[in-house]
Design a protein around this ligand. Sequence first.
Ligand code: PGA
Length: 254
Amino acid sequence: MRKVMMAGNWKMHKSNAELEEFFGAFVKEANLTKESTSRVDIMFALPYTLLANGHKIAEQHGICIASQNMDSNESGAFTGEISASMLKDIGICATLIGHSERRQYYNETDDSVAKKVAAAQKAGIQAVACVGELLDDRESGATNQVVTRQVSAFLDAIDTLDNVVIAYEPVWAIGTGKTATPEMAQEVHALIRSIVQAKFGEDAANKVQILYGGSAKPSNIDELLAQPDIDGGLVGGASLKPLDFAKMVQSGLK
Ligand code: PGA
């Protein structure tokens, strides 16, 4: 049985004061105990300015604090960038890689995503590699082709799937209130698992957590999690509200 993962993506939101306020409420609402956090992986991908403080607060509850990006180089003259080892240095356990907003606004490509996934893995940081089709791709019937290309690109850059989570986020569903139906999401999740199986075998395919993202919220998370190949959520908007995200964590515990 794969463990459910509920990962929040705060994007470019919140101050340190708001972070502290959020966690105070979230921990209470989610009724977190050692037992519950051992049954569901909870992660928050925070802006860089909240990482150190977030880690300090979250660590005691067994919550993983992640960044939303990193550079693939280990160190050097790369002004404005942060490496996997620097994230590790402040206790960060994971990073999102290739989120569609990075692909869309910051020229992230399949190639740069592949390099970052390999660099994160080498440094011992969990990589949450994000893939997903645009509305045009979906409407022209190119979803499977696009997702296969995106997933294959980073799978080709690594030798094992250790410490890699995959997030399927149809771009047309992100922040739009439009969620893929559970059946639509399941179809792509099953495709992703089959790509993993072809490359790394059945054990790896059975083990890898594949998250759904795109307007996931308390009212639709149960039906998404009921799908056999959906192992959790990568949650934007709803992760900014302690009560909503707490409910989603509770769904992961059912
Ligand atoms: P959303 O964002 O839940 O607000 O649609 C998801 C994401 O971008 O990871």
